[in-house]
Design a binder for this molecule. Structure first.
Ligand code: 13P
Ligand code: SF4
Length: 398
């Protein structure tokens, strides 16, 4: 057994990390978009102010924190979780006037869809988006569907859309007979979709789609094609569209896409008994080289159950890996790469949280996320299809 101390090594700082607003760099872009008086990050009273505002709001406010959030923010969360759990939790709080979502834009949109009209969902920094969700725009998806229609395959194709997508894409999915999925239920969603039709249009993460289809559904790589929205006809012939079973949208996560086969080889050479555990948003090649693959919740549970003294290299977002390393001092937990915060998740920092909480406590609703009624209607249909899948989740009340 390895001699284990709490050996988490911080990835080396790089110009890129600083540019992305990680840590407390004076030149970071953080906070520039805030439509009010954002407290200075150097204000020593920020933690106290956040607790005071949270106390003043009491049961009126419920704070949700995604696992990728900074520690300075997560300490104020009433519930922490992955995107699926947080969507369920938002739906389960009809008595909270304000849902403060410490996560990214698409998650807050889902919360707005699943909460009542009397509740306000607040995203402390409107610039907290998801680069993957931005890779599928509504007009691109409509155009892609027309391409499938022209190829004569649209009526046998079921859209399956990852939670990491805009409300508009979720609505498209609902309207076209499809379902939403998360990384913890993508297999069940695909199984359902193949009962409804012959093909799946998987949006927007090609890697989650491919990994699930090949490793869990038993399809071959040849059954998968990649639809590139920037090329005419998706860059595919009609023949290719007719033969494919999985039509994968050309989107990816810039954080998980950064792990390489070389990073797996390097860590194995350095730590011979290491277990490599990665998120299914990683490329298929990286997933094939890993020992374990699974969603954020799976990663957390696997480490909770791991033997003391075991060594783990984790391929997911850095804030979470750092926290897991701290929570498990009896295991050797390391990051599978050199860089890797989600820069947009990271935008929610203490100044933005304090600003949002204090504004709400003063009855000023700021940064409210509102999904229009028509989009809500169809997006809700798609979300409800996921929630109704066997073993996936309870259907929240209307
Ligand atoms: P989860 O569904 O595991 O919360 O993942 C969200 C995400 O953004 C992963 O990159
Ligand atoms: Fe989006 Fe990737 Fe960040 Fe998740 S980690 S929010 S998929 S950019």
């Amino acid at each position: 057994m390895a001699d284990v101390t709490n050996t988490f090594t911080e990835p080396e700082p790089s110009a890129l990390l600083l540019l992305l607003g990680q840590e407390s760099d004076a030149f970071s872009e953080r906070g520039v978009d805030c439509p009010g008086d954002l407290p200075a990050p150097s204000d020593p009273g920020l933690v106290e102010r956040a607790w005071a505002a949270k106390k003043a709001l009491g049961d009126r406010a419920f704070i949700l924190g995604h696992h990728y959030q900074r520690d300075e923010v997560i300490q104020f969360a009433d519930v922490t979780g992955d995107s699926f759990k947080l969507a369920q939790q938002a739906a389960a709080r009809p008595d909270s006037e304000f849902i403060i979502f410490c996560g990214v834009h698409f998650m807050a949109e889902s919360a707005d869809i699943l909460t009542t009209d009397d509740q306000s969902v607040v995203l402390p920094d409107m610039a907290a988006g998801c680069s993957m969700a931005d890779m599928a725009a509504a007009d691109q998806v409509q155009a892609a569907w027309q391409t499938l229609e022209a190829a004569g395959v649209a009526d046998v194709t079921i859209p399956v859309t990852y939670m990491n997508s805009t409300a508009a894409i979720k609505a498209f999915t609902g309207e076209h007979g499809g379902t939403i999925c998360t990384s913890s239920n993508a297999d069940k969603s695909l199984a359902w979709a193949f009962e409804q039709g012959e093909k799946v249009l998987f949006l927007p993460d090609q890697h989650l789609g491919r990994n699930t289809a090949v490793l869990q559904r038993g399809l071959s790589l040849d059954d998968c094609v990649v639809f590139d929205p920037h090329k005419p006809g998706g860059g595919l012939s009609r023949e290719q569209l007719r033969e494919a079973k999985m039509i994968l949208w050309r989107g990816h996560c810039s954080v998980h896409g950064r792990f390489t086969e070389e990073s797996v080889d390097e860590i194995r050479a350095k730590v011979p008994n290491v277990n490599v555990l990665v998120h299914p948003e990683c490329t298929h090649e990286v997933v094939l080289k890993a020992d374990y693959v699974g969603s954020t919740e799976y990663i957390i549970q696997t480490l909770n159950a791991a033997e003391p003294g075991s060594a783990w290299a984790i391929g997911t977002e850095l804030n979470l890996v750092r926290r897991l390393a701290r929570q498990h001092p009896d295991k050797e937990i390391m990051f599978l790469d050199r860089t890797g915060c989600c820069s947009t998740m990271n935008r929610i920092d203490l100044p933005h949280l304090v600003w949002a909480l204090e504004s709400l406590a003063a009855d000023r609703v700021v940064n409210q996320i509102v999904v229009d009624a028509e989009t809500q209607k169809w997006a809700r249909v798609a979300l409800d299809r996921m929630l109704a899948l066997p073993g996936v989740g309870v259907r929240p009340a209307d």
